[in-house]
Design a protein around this ligand. Structure first.
Ligand SMILES: Cc1cc2nc3c(=O)[nH]c(=O)nc-3n(C[C@H](O)[C@H](O)[C@H](O)COP(=O)(O)OP(=O)(O)OC[C@H]3O[C@@H](n4cnc5c(N)ncnc54)[C@H](O)[C@@H]3O)c2cc1C
Length: 463
């Protein structure tokens, strides 16, 4: 779809809709909204607008739709697949000033929020009510960005991804119309499910302006366990058996030897340098928890774990998960001055051992610096790989690894992206994953929601 070049009056026009101090064409502001945390090339928007209300979002979209100007929503910019990069310029809508918790429905385990709230900040407030929002992507992402990417994280194995934890949305369509989807009922069977269609649509169908989310009670009895394995294949097989035994871990993470070596550079972390599983379990009481931990230990040892440690205290638990969350940044420090890629594929749990072993082999055979790690409990695997920007041969090998890993995941009945979304990097695999006919339906949906193609153009679909 052809979008019109932005007119020279854009900023003045926008300042008639939104107070002038919240509309910027300053180079620094545009640069800040030109790239996410991925290595995808930056692209400057023409203007950045900090919205404060649904009415403002609607006014900007009405204006942009009439002039065919691209509009890309911006949460916290922590995506790693190029999702919020405004590749066709236009207007970026920054949601950081729409960050209110609108209502906590504590008795229903729900919260209604504006999209700009950061989930870690939200969880601090919810903790006072004994509640938390479980999807946990590590980076301090916004709820809008998590909804749009269908983010997931270390707790997804028990609580599901963002999509599984949203009940209702308020959203603004490309022409400025405000719609409400879903309800606060946990059971809903009333017509087409627009809520879950918008989740994962990466801001290409509508802009989310409020969301009602499901919450979980903070667990009282929980414990972390760690297990060291001789190789990734044994660790991955233990994952399959831990899930199969019905132990219902609340977290189940795989880290290969390099990931552990990198993590060991953090203060207070010192694991044997072999592949590990990090697990967390909840129990209805201490006895149940003790039994679960013992059974998990048996399964790990049957899979040749050389070391199994459980009953780790609260402080060590926090340190462990914080270090796990920081692992991406720590990798960047460990491999300084290098370009990187982050693969994100997911397969059914029975195929996880094959995927993990293949990823480890590919890294070794292609001689790429990097790690294999992932939210193993939900079949999700990442490879973080590094190469010198001016070393074309290694860069090509890195891209090849990424491609081979996607192909392998698809051949194992999986997906090209478990949680990072399609963004720019995964568009080329969409037909292979969904087939041409399903892609044609997706294109029709896009046209229905956004007839002029102004919403985050160039994402999800390959056009
Ligand atoms: C260190 C690190 C660790 C990470 N770990 C994980 C992980 O474990 N799991 C995981 O899933 N991801 C992870 N990520 C990726 C990232 O945090 C998630 O993709 C997250 O959902 C992005 O949220 P954001 O607020 O930064 O959104 P942004 O990056 O700003 O935007 C993401 C997408 O959402 C759209 N969008 C933003 N707001 C709205 C809105 N209001 N309405 C409609 N569309 C909107 C944007 O246009 C864009 O397409 C990690 C990233 C980093 C840097």
């Amino acid at each position: 779809m052809t979008l019109h070049p932005v007119s020279s009056t854009l900023i003045d026009d926008l300042r008639r809709l939104i107070p002038a101090d919240r509309v910027s064409a300053a180079r620094a502001d545009r640069e800040q909204h030109s790239r996410d945390q991925s290595a995808h090339p930056a692209h400057l928007p023409d203007a950045v607008v900090w919205v404060q209300s649904t009415a403002e979002v609607s006014a900007v979209l009405k204006y942009a739709a009439a002039r065919r100007i691209p509009v890309t929503a911006w949460g916290a910019g922590t995506s790693i697949e190029g999702n919020p990069i405004p590749v066709q310029g236009g207007i970026v809508l920054n949601f950081r000033q729409m960050d209110k918790i609108l209502e906590i429905h504590a008795h229903d385990f729900q919260v209604t929020v504006q999209p700009g709230v950061l989930y870690k900040d939200m969880n601090k407030i919810l903790a006072r009510h004994g509640l938390f929002f479980a999807p946990d992507p590590g980076a301090n992402a916004s709820i809008g960005g998590m909804l749009a990417n269908n983010a997931a994280g270390i707790r997804t194995v028990k609580y599901g991804a963002t999509r599984d934890n949203v009940l209702a949305l308020e959203a603004v369509l490309a022409d400025g119309t405000v719609i409400r989807t879903g309800s606060r009922s946990v059971k809903q069977s009333a017509g087409y499910d627009l809520t879950h269609l918008l989740v994962g649509s990466e801001g290409t169908l509508a802009i989310i302006t409020a969301a009602t989310l499901k919450l979980a009670p903070l667990p009282e009895h929980f414990s972390v366990a760690t297990a060291a394995f001789p190789d990734v294949a044994h660790a991955a097989h233990a994952v399959f058996e831990l899930i199969g035994a019905g132990l219902e871990p609340t977290a189940l993470e795989l880290l290969d030897t390099t990931a552990i070596r990198v993590m060991n550079t953090e203060d207070g972390i010192n694991f044997p340098e072999t592949p590990h599983l990090f697990m967390e379990f909840n129990g209805v009481n201490e006895d149940a928890l003790t039994q679960t931990l013992a059974l998990a230990g048996d399964i790990c040892r049957e899979n040749e774990a050389q070391q199994y440690q459980s009953g780790i205290g609260r402080e060590a638990r926090s340190r462990l998960w914080e270090a796990r969350h920081r692992i991406f940044e720590v990798h960047l420090r460990y491999f300084p001055g290098k370009e990187y890629f982050v693969s994100d594929v997911s397969v059914p749990i029975s195929n996880y051992p094959a995927l993990a072993a293949a990823a480890e082999k590919m890294l070794a055979e292609l001689e790429i610096d990097g790690s294999v790690l992932g939210h193993a409990g939900d079949g999700n695997l990442h490879v973080i790989g590094f190469y010198h920007a001016d070393d074309a041969a290694t860069r090509d090998k890195a891209f090849l690894l990424n491609k081979k890993l996607v192909e392998m995941a698809l051949s194992l009945d999986g997906t090209s992206t478990g949680e990072h979304g399609v963004g720019l990097g995964k568009r080329k695999y969409m037909v292979a994953e969904h087939g041409a006919s399903a892609m044609a339906v997706m294109r029709q949906i896009k046209t229905l929601f956004d007839p002029h193609g102004i919403l985050n153009p160039g994402k999800v679909l390959n056009e």
